[in-house]
Write a protein that binds this ligand. Structure first.
Ligand SMILES: [Zn+2]
Ligand SMILES: [Zn+2]
Length: 265
C-alpha cells in the first residue's frame, strides 16, 4: 500500500510541488492529493513525513511564520490589545502603546495578540510558535500525472491508490480506479527504464481477478521486459515509449470502448 501512495505523492510533487507546513503535517497538508487519493489525512501525513525523512521530498522556498502554539495553524488574525486589561482602546506611538482604559504603558510587542483561525486559541508574541513553511518538491519521482490529467479530461473521476477488497479478503491497491455503468475499471502504471518486469503485470492480473475488475489496463513505459501478447478477459497491456504516448493510447481505448460520455477536446 505504502509504495502506491508514495508513488502518487511524489508524482504530484514532481509537477507542481506540495504546499505544506512540515511542523504540523497532520492538520495542514496537500488538499489536491486528499481529493483523489483513497487514504485518510493522517495516513497521508505519515507518508509525507517518511518521504521528507528519506529526502525524496525537499522543502523549497521555506520561510518562518507565526503559528498557533495550540494547534500549529499558521496565519492567525493579529490585533493590538492591552496586555493588562485586554482593552483595544490604545494610543499607539512609534513602538510604544498606552492603554486608554487602565493607563498602562508598554512596548507594542507586548500588546500583539493573535487569534487562531483554526482552533480559536488566543496567544501573544511571547508564546507564539514559529514554523517553517514552504513547498515540497520531489526528487527522482516517476511522473504519472499525464495519466491523471487524461482521465480528468475525459470527465472520469478516478480515485488514486484505490483500495479494493478482493474476494480472497485481501485489500489490493490500484493506481487509478473508477466505476462506470456498473463496470469496475482499474489502471496500474509502471515505469522502468529497461522495461517493466512482467511480474508486475502478473500481479496486476491476479489483483484484477481477485477484485472482479471488469476492465483492467496495465500501462508499461516504455515496455515490458519480455514481449507478452496478453489480451484476455478484460485485461489490456498498454506499452508506450513515454508516459504521454501511453496516456494517449489509454485515452483512445477508453473512448473506443464507449466508457466515456463526455465529449473530448
Ligand atoms: Zn489596559
Ligand atoms: Zn490554533
Amino acid at each position: 500500500m505504502s509504495s502506491c501512495i508514495k508513488k502518487h505523492i511524489l508524482s504530484v510533487a514532481s509537477e507542481e510541488g506540495i504546499k505544506m507546513y512540515p511542523d504540523n503535517v497532520v492538520e495542514f497538508t496537500i488538499p489536491q492529493l486528499l481529493e483523489s487519493l483513497d487514504i485518510s489525512k493522517e495516513a497521508l501525513a505519515k507518508e509525507v513525513k517518511e518521504l521528507i525523512g528519506r529526502e525524496d521530498l525537499r522543502l523549497n522556498d521555506a520561510y518562518q511564520t507565526i503559528a498557533c502554539p495550540s494547534c500549529g495553524s499558521p496565519d492567525p488574525f493579529v490585533k493590538l490589545v492591552c496586555p493588562r486589561c485586554g482593552s483595544g482602546n490604545l494610543n499607539i506611538e512609534r513602538s510604544k502603546v498606552k492603554c486608554m482604559n487602565c493607563g498602562i504603558q508598554t512596548d507594542i510587542y507586548e500588546a500583539l495578540s493573535f487569534d487562531c483561525k483554526t482552533c480559536g486559541n488566543t496567544f501573544n508574541a511571547a508564546n507564539a510558535k514559529w514554523i517553517k513553511i514552504g513547498t515540497l518538491h520531489a526528487t527522482n519521482a516517476i511522473d504519472i500525472e499525464e495519466i491523471a490529467k487524461t482521465l480528468k479530461d475525459l470527465g472520469i473521476n478516478a480515485k488514486r491508490c484505490m483500495a479494493v477488497t478482493g474476494s480472497s479478503g485481501i485489500i489490493h491497491r490500484f493506481d487509478f480506479f473508477f466505476e462506470t455503468d456498473g463496470s469496475k475499471i482499474a489502471i496500474d502504471v509502471a515505469v522502468e527504464k529497461d522495461g517493466v518486469n512482467v511480474k508486475d503485470l502478473i500481479t496486476f492480473i491476479l489483483k484484477a481477478y481477485d477484485c472482479r475488475i471488469n476492465e483492467g489496463y496495465f500501462i508499461a513505459v516504455p515496455r515490458l521486459n519480455i514481449s507478452v501478447n496478453y489480451e484476455k478477459k478484460g485485461i489490456k497491456v498498454i506499452e508506450g515509449h513515454d508516459i504521454n504516448t501511453a496516456s494517449d493510447m489509454l485515452k483512445q481505448i477508453l473512448i473506443k470502448n464507449g466508457k466515456i460520455t463526455k465529449t473530448v477536446h
